[in-house]
Design a protein around this ligand. Sequence first.
Ligand code: A2P
Length: 272
Amino acid sequence: NIPLKTLYNGVSVPQLGLGVYKVPPEDVYQTVSSALKAGYRHIDTASYYENENGVGKAIKDSGIPREKLFITTKVWNDDHGYDRTLQAFEKSMEKLNMDYVDLYLIHWPIPEIFPETWKALEKLYKDGRVKAIGVSNFLDHHLQTLLTDAKIKPVVNQIELHPKLIQKQTVEFCRENDIAVESWSPLGRARYLDDVILEKLAKKYDKTVAQIMIRWHIQHDFIVIPKSTKAKRQAENMAVFDFELSPEDMKQIDGMDEGFRIGSHPDEIMNK
Ligand code: A2P
């Protein structure tokens, strides 16, 4: 019952998935297993998270056919460049114990070299190793640079998005170019759960603050990947398709924007 969103290349993605950033390797098996049991079919990991192994194992053991799942992973900052990216991809596949992923992303726009990295993603796409390719943490100017010599356009840009950071300019650029927007840390990493505006809305709709926030992403047509290690919260975060925020309430949440980033600024990311 999670709606599918069709990307510009025809691939469909469940609009809500489970993020596993900061889920320790020893916990990720349990986390992903319980999410799959709850009905999640979209899991977002990255080589940087060092938990691809457990993600892959939980998926195998779930018995859910691979084609019913949507799996994303990402190439890390020190693996940029054409050859290194192809190698990093094979490593991720080994850890995940899969022969393809649904979506492969450049994790951060490392200056100068990301167009080379993109060429490797284009090759993986043409070779059928991935169903779709995209980017993460790209600002509109990074996308502009990428699009000047890309043969294939990214299908998504996964960026930090929550009520305190709505990234209007980048989101508009993506919309104009038919690049889907995906929200990471959609709950603002649980920092705004006691926000007065959100609490008022939670009461009004008889939902939790987390559900109000996730619904706000859904109504903005973002793909959203809240993270929780707890079965109860995983279920709570999925239960957002039986109500609708009014246009006025959507605007009220938009108005919380402070341009505040929890994560790094994409222009300040270094090749660590
Ligand atoms: P936990 O994993 O212990 O459930 P984000 O997705 O924005 O990065 O936020 C993740 C954080 O929000 C985690 O600390 C997670 O904690 C917490 N969290 C996730 N879902 C909920 C929820 N429904 N209610 C309260 N906290 C939540």
